[in-house]
Design a protein around this ligand. Structure first.
Ligand code: SF4
Ligand code: SF4
Length: 105
């Protein structure tokens, strides 16, 4: 499952102070999902499936949980570019050289 499949009620950008939750509390979980957080990425990881050994080291080390894994198969299926920030950790830990960091256009 991708993070973007979760349903979160976003606060409108032009909300008035009295429309915000009292005390500015966060009144629902996972609010970051309402905002695509990959906007500042300068490099992006490109997955080469043919080299992948399905060890899932990238998945366990990704600080943003954006390595997509099929829970039934327990296998990596891709990268969620809506939330990947391009830190490059996945490429660093991959023992097979299956993830390449390329400059964003
Ligand atoms: S570049 Fe960073 S955020 Fe993006 S998938 Fe790899 S480890 Fe996760
Ligand atoms: S770390 Fe590399 S070999 Fe392991 S699952 Fe991720 S891409 Fe595949």
């Amino acid at each position: 499952m991708r993070w973007s499949e979760f349903e979160v009620k976003p606060i409108p950008r032009n909300a008035k102070w009295h429309e915000l939750p009292r005390g500015g509390i966060i009144d629902q979980p996972a609010t970051a999902l309402a905002y695509k957080t990959a906007g500042w990425r300068t490099f992006k990881p490109v997955w080469h499936e043919e080299k992948c050994r399905q060890c899932l080291l990238c998945w366990i080390n990704c600080p943003d949980g954006t390595i997509v894994v099929d829970p039934e198969e327990g296998k990596m299926t891709g990268i969620d570019y809506d939330y990947c920030k391009g830190c490059g950790i996945c490429a660093k830990v991959c023992p097979a050289g299956a993830i390449e960091m390329v400059k964003e256009k």
